[in-house]
Write a protein of this length. Structure first.
Length: 71
């Protein structure tokens, strides 16, 4: 019975470490930024940067949309 508990504990620890490592890899990856291409939304010298373009700053709405697209 003791070895069964040890095996179960080892599996739980292994899974926890694997999940932690995966989460770290996911948060450490950075998106490759593309150069900005003007669209119809860019007017009078004011640019509207799309997600993934240099100059874009994510907002709460942007992050929320990206979470939906990731699923």
């Amino acid at each position: 019975m003791r070895t069964v508990k040890q095996i179960a504990a080892a599996i739980i620890i292994d899974v926890s470490i694997t999940n932690f490592s995966y989460a770290q890899e996911k948060t450490n990856t950075k998106m490759e930024m593309k150069e900005h291409k003007c669209t119809a939304a860019c007017k009078d010298g004011k640019h509207v940067y799309a997600h993934g373009e240099k100059g874009h700053v994510c907002t709460k709405a942007c992050r929320k949309m990206n979470k939906k697209n990731a699923m």
